[in-house]
Structure formats: C-alpha cells, structure tokens
Design a protein around this ligand. Structure first.
Ligand code: PEP
Ligand code: MG
Length: 602
C-alpha cells in the first residue's frame, strides 16, 4: 500500500505534500531529501578454507540477484517520475550487476586470498573504482558513482543490514530511509544540518532515542513514503508534529521560521533555571539526570543542567567496530565519565547487547524473537569473559568518581544472583592481583521485564537501587513491539496496567529503603511528568535536550495534585482516556512548554 499525502497545496508548478508520521525527536529542518537505501559498510574480515569457496560464491550470486530485484522494483515505482537521464542511470546500475568480469574477478580472488566474499568483493570494487578514477573521462567518473551505489546495495544483502554512509555535505539534508540502524545514526552525530525520516520505527526505537540524544530532528513511522519521494526534492521536517512536508510553500516556511523564533525565546528563558534544582511547588526534590550513549555527548549533557548520568548505555562502545573494545579503552572512557560527572553520579549499565542492538564485533546470534531472546544480562551471562572484562573496568574506574552500576533485562532473582556472583569473582581476582578498585560499588538493576516488576519487593532486598526501563517494560507488559509503527497507537504508558505496575515497583523500592528512577523515554515526555512525580519517582533520566523543559514542568507542579492524578489513573479503565487525562493536566499546568504541540504553524 502506498502512503498518500495527507494534504496537498498547489504552489506554482509544485505541490506541497504532507506526510504524517510519529514525532520522535523535536526540531525543524528545511533541506533537500536524500534517500538512503544503500550504504557504506564496515566489512567484517574472516578467513575461509577451500571448501567454503563454492558456498561463498553462491552467497554472492544470491546477493547479486536480490540487488537486481531490488533495483527493478525501485525502477518500477519511480519510473514515471524519472527523466530520461535518470532512467538510464538505473539501467547503468543494472548493467554493473551483469558484468561477467565482476564475477570472474571475485572468484579468482576468493581462490587466491581465501577471505570471506564481502571482503573480497570490497577489494575488487575499490580496485575497479581506483582504475576508473585515473581515466580522464567525465563519463567514467560518473560510472564510479553507479558502481559504488550498486556495490553498497550488494554488500547490504551480503551482510543483511542497511546502514548509512557518513554525511559530509554542508547543505541541510533530510535523510529518508526505510530503517536507520544505530550505526547509521551514529555516523550523523554532530551534523546539525541533518534530520531523519524513516518508514519504520517508533518513539522508543533506539534510532529515535539516538536522534534525540544528538539533537537531530526526526520523524519515524512514515510508512511506505519512499516510493512517493525523489532524491533532491526540497522539504521540511517538523520533528515536533511528526510531519514531513515536501515542496513547502513560502508561507509554510515563514510559519515555521516564526515557530523557531518562539522556540529560541523559550530556550533562553529555560537557560535561567539551568543551575537550579528540580523541586516541585510543595518542596519535593527530584534528581534530573541524563542518558548517555556516546562519550562525546558529555559536554552537551552538562550544558543542559543535568545532575549526572542516570543511564550510560555501554553497548554503544561495541557498535561500528570489528573487534570488541580493549579493557584499556573502556577504562579510559569510564574514567572520563566518572571525573566529568563528579560529584554527581553516573549509572553505568552493563552492556545491553542483542535485539535491535547487535554488534558486528561478536558472532551474530540468529533468533526468531530477538527481543525475547539473548539480550541484556542474558547475553552477558552467556559471554562470561566479555562480561568479566567489563565488570573489571567498571570496578576500577569507579575509584575515579561516583560511578554506580546496574544490570539490564533482569527477569528474576537467579539471574541477579548469578551476575552478582560473577561480580564477586572479579572483585576477588582484582584483590588477589592487588589492583585498586571500588569495593563498595553500588549495584542496582533495571526493572524492565514484567516478571521482575512483580517481584520487585524481593529484588529490592538485593540491590541498592532500581531504574525503571519503561521502553521495554511497556513493550513486554502490553505485548507491543516498541519499534513497530503499525501498532504504535497501542504503545501507551498511560495504560492502567502499566500505571499499576509502576506503582508496585516504586512502592516496593521505597518500602525496602532504596531509590527508584525512570530512564525510559517517558522520563523526558512532558505529558507523563505529573504521573511520575505523583508516583514518587526519585530520579528521572532522559536525553539532555529535554532536561530544561522537564525541570520547568516539575517546578510548576504540586505533588498532591499529581498524587490525585495517579489515584484516578490507577482506576481508569481505558488507556486512551488515561492518556487524555495526562494531556489535559500537562496543558493546564504548563501549556506554554507544550505549545509547540498545539498545531502546525500554517
Ligand atoms: C528502557 O528499556 O526503557 C531502557 C532505558 O533501555 P533501552 O531503551 O536501552 O532498552
Ligand atoms: Mg531496555
């Protein structure tokens, strides 16, 4: 099914077209559309023996075929919109696939080098492009682009992953893709001139989380939009309302410029409270900390007024690389975090590898249901040496500041004890070797699996703190895939079942005298601030860019009113009505902070 524009405005010879998706990272960007369907890869390297040559060649031929089908499919969709020159480019791409010299050279190199076919293919393509580059012909230079484009598609098929090449243009671009992987998103870090629009995904998908962390406006869940778009079309991405506007009229652009000015004024106002604590009107103090994915975000985190790091997703250290990080490298990163955060704490989450955060530096795990599979602490317990190395690093680096540690995806007490058992083993080894480390490192756990939530009272006796991972907790409790845009309307943290579970967790933590934070995306969602305050959560950890608004919201609330809201929602039958109630309260309390959500500016 094709995505139909939800709105069209005639403007000279062009039509303004609106596509509605899910608002996933705030911000506005006007730029040209770049469709990413094929990309530069980190090519894994593996030696093969002579018996594998035939199967590697077979894989290669399958990838060629799949690429050919993909190109024909795209051509079919976009052909009516192409001019004659563009259409011949597609044909040029298809010709590359049929070049017998390509197959011959790959086969020869497989025999000679005995390396995996992705690697061999990459060598062949690079050599080919180099030789064309030396030729003094514009036509041949254009061919290089074709070859690179097709070869990226082939590599995607061989590796089974779409990725994005780094953006090096200075002109603003709206990157439109079916899916952007985490590695793709990381490559766009620091590029203030980029925005993301994806066909798949939802607000809590990890790519959306990264976009927010990097301050890149993003809209996800724009289903089947790519076939409607053309590379280079002028567009505007509105990350506040989840809109992609193609061919925006001058009036539309002016409306958005006005909106950006209003935002800037609000940001200036918020700067004034940057160094103040997050305290409600009636004196309830809440720690506001930041989520960290890449160490290079550290400075912007502290600019936002964060009181430490409530979640460092250490699995990002294992992304985009061929081999896992050495202990020394990890140690340097954690020391830098500990020192920069001091006297505030930084909660280091042990790696949550698996599901939508696979790493290419470790053997791939093939699973039918990765989100229910070997991820988080399960993965750690099955890769004990890797886990021990990380624990060693955390224990050692904790002497440099105020580090705490927590495990992701704990589903029951046995897993927690097994992980703690390994921690004790590591401590003993360090002690024996007389290596200094933090003996009394505070160990906590994430509550993001319903079975753990239901025994929160038992778990609370064995840890120093809880951090609720609502992204996963809501996903597992309501059986709604957090990344699936087609059911995103069912992903609702205001569901009475979710609220009852949150209350159980918070109450169990407080009864046991331990603190409880929330580090899932609702911690940064203004609509849920009164709910979390009313529940009595001690710490909210979110993307740095959202902290000033959340702080302002907390400062305008009264705990008693928030508790009334919680009492009402706990008994509310309908998730939709509960949600509407959260919206109404937020509007009432701090409508100006939400004003950007009131409607589109034209
Ligand atoms: C969560 O599940 O809420 C969480 C914070 O962890 P992640 O998003 O990394 O799964
Ligand atoms: Mg999680």
């Amino acid at each position: 099914m094709k995505k139909k524009p939800i709105n069209q405005v005639e403007h000279h010879s062009r039509k303004e077209r609106h596509y509605q998706g899910i608002a996933s990272a705030p911000g506005i960007l006007e730029g040209r559309i770049v469709i990413y369907m094929a990309v530069e890869q980190n090519i894994p390297l593996r030696t093969i023996d002579g018996r594998e040559i035939a199967s590697e060649m077979e894989r290669f031929e399958k990838a060629l075929l799949a690429t050919q089908q993909e190109l024909l499919e795209i051509k079919k969709h976009v052909f009516p919109a192409l001019n004659a020159h563009e259409a011949t480019l597609f044909d040029a791409h298809l010709l590359v696939l049929e070049d017998p010299a390509l197959l011959k050279e790959v086969l020869q190199l497989l025999h000679r080098e005995r390396l995996n076919v992705e690697h061999v293919f990459d060598i062949v393509i690079k050599r080919f492009c180099e030789s064309l580059n030396k030729r003094d012909s514009a036509y041949l230079r254009e061919r290089i682009l074709d070859i690179k484009d097709v070869s990226r598609r082939i590599l995607n098929h061989l590796l089974g992953k779409p990725t994005l090449q780094p953006i090096d243009q200075n002109d603003p671009v709206i990157i439109v893709a079916t899916t952007l992987t985490l590695s793709d998103a990381v490559m766009v870090y620091g590029n203030r001139q980029a925005a993301f629009a994806t066909e798949n995904g939802s607000q809590t998908s990890h790519t959306a989380i990264l976009a927010r962390a990097f301050g890149i406006p993003a809209v996800v869940g724009l289903r089947h939009v790519i076939s409607e778009l053309k590379d280079g079309e002028p567009a505007l991405l509105d990350g506040y309302h989840g809109l992609l506007i193609v061919n925006p009229t001058k009036e539309t652009i002016r409306g958005y410029q006005r909106m950006q000015l209003e935002q800037r004024d609000l940001d200036k106002d918020l700067e004034k409270i940057r160094d103040l604590p997050a305290v409600t009107q009636d004196g309830q103090r809440i720690t506001l900390s930041a989520n960290l994915e890449l160490p290079r975000e550290l400075e912007s985190i502290f600019m936002s007024g964060a009181e430490g790091i409530g979640l460092y997703r250490t699995e990002f250290l294992y992304l985009n690389r061929a081999t896992p990080p050495e202990e020394e490298e990890q140690y340097q990163v954690l020391c830098a975090i500990a020192q920069r955060c001091y006297p505030y704490h930084a909660i280091i989450r042990t790696f949550d590898i698996g599901a939508d955060k696979p790493t290419y530096c470790l053997p791939p795990i093939k699973e039918a249901n990765p989100f229910l599979g070997c991820r988080g602490v399960r993965f750690a317990l099955q890769h004990k040496e890797l886990f021990k190395a990380q624990l060693r690093v955390i224990l050692r680096a904790a002497t440099m500041g105020n580090l705490r540690m927590m495990y992701p995806m704990i589903s029951g007490i046995d897993e927690l004890r097994e992980a703690n058992g390994i921690l004790e083993e590591v401590k003993k080894e360090l002690r024996d070797k007389k290596i200094p480390f933090q003996e009394d490192l505070e160990v906590g756990m994430m509550i993001e699996v319903p079975s753990a939530a239901l025994i929160a009272d038992l778990l609370a006796r064995e840890v120093k703190f809880f951090s609720i991972g609502t992204n996963d907790l809501v996903q597992y409790l309501t059986s709604v895939d957090r990344g699936n845009e087609s059911i995103s309307h069912l992903y609702n943290p205001a569901h009475p079942g979710v609220i009852r579970m949150l209350k159980m967790i918070v109450d169990a933590a407080h009864a046991a005298g331990i603190s409880v934070g929330v580090c899932g995306e609702i911690a940064g969602d203004l609509l849920f601030t009164p709910l979390l305050v009313g529940l009595g959560v001690d710490e909210l950890s979110t993307s740095a860019m959202l902290i000033p608004r959340i702080k302002k919201a907390i400062q305008s609330l009264n705990v008693s009113a928030c508790q009334e809201l919680v009492a009402e929602l706990l008994n509310g039958e309908s998730a939709t009505k509960n949600y509407a109630r959260c919206v109404a309260l937020a509007q009432n309390q701090y409508g100006t902070l939400l004003s950007i959500g009131k409607g589109t500016p034209h």
